[in-house]
Design a protein around this ligand. Structure first.
Ligand code: NAP
Length: 494
């Protein structure tokens, strides 16, 4: 795809200063303030993002509110067409978006490419699915004491204006996963991308516009969450907030918004329970992939492994042996790098290292890694970890896996269920029946049996409990969450 597609997004300086999208055009903010984004790979400046003003947020939301009924009245097949066109534009731009994503957030080429491809596939799938979403009619005489004569027409209708907020680690995919179902269900969207990752997200937004969204249906406001977040989510024109990010920010937003629908994907701190009968080779490979992909910066990353002392004594050497070929830390642009590149910033690396240091001080042992240089955190395995250590009690967003010996399955379940998080968990065993029994007792959104925690395939339901989320996502579930049921009852005059 020719680069001029993205021309309105920024000026022509190097590094470019990006604009925000007010629903009609790409503009510079009146604030006169910008934020500089550095690549986590080498500190090179990727570009600058506008800090929008409150007046600009007011104007964008006013417009979104005004055009929403018109957009909801637009025939569904037209809305579907715009989404399929967007998916086509993304595929056309695959290489450009992949290299931008890699530079902006430090993903390996493979991971960045897979995020872009998956996003196009997701958009197509949601656009296909929405066609089969229907309401229903209900007759009154089904309920005891009621005669025939009343009919309820139950329809899916839009919430109104939805604010979509995405995190740095999947700034393209987790933006589309909100924007697309929201728009298809007739909502208008005000999109707040993450600051780091924001440039890739702006490019995604441009492709929606390019595909033909009418004026005001989608707008994009940039600026740090700290500076504009509260104003945005508490605005009187906002009817719903769809957010992905940390549990701390999720809890903060939830306390601010009041009584509007919220769809939240928050932090995960995902445990893996390995039973003595597990097939240790594939289990080891799943733990490596689950813990170290994208340097452990995934909400579904494996963070700690529970097993009896003898199970862990068997498993750890197999993991270490497998890591030799499968985990190589380095510049994510290099084909030699496998799974682990830089974490998003030096501050993030320091936070991870502090949790590792605290664990080691408290008696844990680093059997691999344990050190940080700049924002490169070595792939780290910690053994003899205790559940109350920060490396387990909090979400450590880096390539660190902790191993906790337990005396019994019940003890492991109790540790998992005591956590403030509840996104996913894994159980590894050759006996799927036992896996199912254990899964029933674990209080998380999803339990994976013989697989590492993961979001896909994207039409499966995806949800967290406790501080890991609110509501359910995943193609059909997202469409339903981005709308509400409305009932109209026709009464027969007596
Ligand atoms: P974050 O710091 O919580 O930020 C997430 C988004 O919220 C960003 O766009 C951020 O903007 C914005 N934000 C910050 N403060 C805000 C406020 N007061 N009001 C409104 N918005 C605000 O998270 P992150 O570091 O980007 O992402 C990593 C976290 O996301 C991890 O905890 C990870 O587990 C979680 N995550 C969860 C899932 C899931 O599906 N459960 C998926 C991916 C990631 P700025 O960037 O401008 O600060």
């Amino acid at each position: 795809m020719p680069e001029e597609t993205f021309t309105p997004l920024s000026d022509t300086q190097t590094p470019p200063t990006y604009r925000f999208f007010n629903g009609k055009e790409w503009v510079v903010s009146k604030s006169g303030k910008t934020t500089e984004l550095k690549s986590p790979i080498d500190g090179e400046i990727v570009g600058k993002l506008q800090l929008v003003t409150h007046d600009e947020i007011d104007a964008v939301l006013e417009k979104a509110k005004q055009v929403q009924p018109l957009w909801e009245a637009t025939p569904l097949h037209q809305r579907v067409k715009v989404m399929h066109l967007t998916a086509d534009w993304i595929r056309h731009m695959e290489d450009y978006c992949t290299s931008l994503l890699m530079r902006e957030i430090g993903k390996t080429t493979g991971d960045a490419k897979s995020e872009i491809v998956r996003t196009a596939d997701l958009i197509d799938y949601i656009a296909d699915e929405v066609i089969s979403l229907r309401g229903e009619t209900l007759d009154s005489d089904n309920f005891p004491g009621f005669e025939k004569g009343r009919t309820a027409i139950v329809e899916w209708v839009a919430h109104g204006v939805v604010v979509c907020i995405a995190p740095f680690n999947y700034p393209v995919n987790l933006s589309a996963s909100k924007i697309v179902p929201a728009l298809l269900m007739g909502n208008t969207v005000v999109f707040k991308p993450p600051t780091q990752g924001g440039i890739s997200a702006l490019h995604l937004a441009q492709l929606f516009i390019k595909a033909g969204l009418p004026e005001g249906v989608l707008s994009v406001v940039t600026g740090s969450g700290e500076e504009i977040g509260d104003y945005l989510v508490t605005h009187k024109h906002v009817n719903m907030v769809a957010f992905t990010g940390s549990s701390d920010v999720g809890v903060h937003i939830a306390t601010k918004t009041g009584m509007i629908p919220l769809l939240f994907e928050c932090g995960g701190n995902n445990p893996t329970l390995v039973l003595p009968d597990a097939d240790m080779e594939p289990t080891a490979r799943e733990i490596i992939k689950g813990g170290f992909s994208y340097s452990g910066q995934r909400c579904t990353a494996i963070k700690y492994v529970l097993g009896t002392q003898s199970t862990l004594d068997t498993l750890l050497p197999i993991i270490l042996a497998n890591m030799k070929d499968t985990v190589v830390m380095g510049d994510p642009r290099s084909p030699e790098t496998k799974l682990v590149g830089p974490v998003i910033s030096e501050a993030a690396a320091a936070k991870v290292q502090a949790a590792v240091d605290e664990a080691v001080k408290g008696g844990a042992e680093a059997v691999a890694g344990g050190h940080t240089k700049g924002n490169y955190v070595e792939p780290t395995l910690l053994k003899n970890v205790k559940p109350q250590m920060n490396v387990v009690a909090t979400e450590v967003f880096g390539p660190v896996i902790s191993f906790i010996p337990v005396a019994s399955i019940d003890e492991a379940i109790s540790i998992i269920n005591t956590s403030t998080y509840g996104l996913q968990a894994s159980v590894f065993t050759k006996d799927e029946g036992t896996g199912l029994v254990i899964a029933k007792k674990i209080n998380v959104g999803t339990v994976q049996i013989n697989g590492s925690p993961q979001r896909g395939p994207d039409h499966f339901p995806f949800m967290g409990v406790k501080h890991s989320g609110l509501g359910v996502q995943g193609v059909r579930y997202s469409l339903e969450a981005m709308s509400r049921l409305k009932s109209t009852v026709i009464n027969k005059p007596s």
